[in-house]
Design a protein around this ligand. Sequence first.
Ligand SMILES: Nc1ncnc2c1ncn2[C@@H]1O[C@H](COP(=O)(O)OP(=O)(O)OP(=O)(O)O)[C@@H](O)[C@H]1O
Length: 293
Amino acid sequence: MLEVHNVSRSFAERLVLDDVNFTVPRGALTGFVGANGAGKTTTMRIIMGLLQASSGAVSLDGKPLESGTRPHFGYMPEERGLYPKQPIIDQLVYLGQLHSLSRSDARRRAMELLARFGLDDRAKSKLESLSLGNQQRVQVAAALLHEPAVLILDEPFSGLDPLAVDAMSSILRDYASRGVPVLFSSHQLDLLDVLVDHLVIIQDGRILANASAETLRSSQATRHKLSLGADAGWLREEPGVEVIDISGSRALVNFQTESDSQRVLREALSLGTVTEFAIHRPALADIYREIIK
Ligand SMILES: Nc1ncnc2c1ncn2[C@@H]1O[C@H](COP(=O)(O)OP(=O)(O)OP(=O)(O)O)[C@@H](O)[C@H]1O
């Protein structure tokens, strides 16, 4: 597991990371979310050793990272790293050689990855001639050339269409399932529920959550979704019921006890139709919105 311990960083006098602590477990996909300027890229650069922390440390499997261990990390920077006007294969081979692969191994590995991403027939094309989604796949291929032990991706989903999102998701899942810690930042909250096993939330340089998706979901009181035949406003007056939201005949509530829920169900049935009375599984996007409030 990758761990960030008590990392702080200032630029000039401004503290942009304030005692940041979180984990990126093996075998799970970890999402890193927060508003623009929250500190995601700065944290990722510190993990990669591209930027120094003012204080704190990063460790892998309990061992503090030294410069020698970073080459085994794969990184897709926010500004992307590849040149638009150069042939894809040349750039990948060059990068592979920078990671100490021989020229022939770098070429073989690059072609393997391009084939896996369905792009082997474009190997000689200039990067700029590919669609944005395919360019992004090549950028990920660049991060995977040397079989990284850790994968850090800054907004790998930005600008991708739904099919490209699916393809990128399956690439990341595949790496996570091989036991590689994978950390990616994203502003696409709708992706969290389908993709993320572990979530780290940052706001103004402080970590507000660092937990598995299941822990975050179960930390919310069990909510019920009700759809009635008529206005649900009467629920506001019921004892043992905390109303989260009412919109016409639909409501989202917390019941204090199981017997409150059964009593309200009987009450609702005595008043008319009940078309839905179900436990509501919170979306991670909603949990995120609540946590950053
Ligand atoms: N080199 C720098 N010099 C001065 N300030 C910086 C520098 N790099 C980042 N910052 C500031 O640090 C804060 C965190 O920036 P960072 O890029 O890490 O946020 P982010 O969460 O990645 O944002 P976004 O989602 O917009 O990419 C911002 O206020 C930014 O302006």
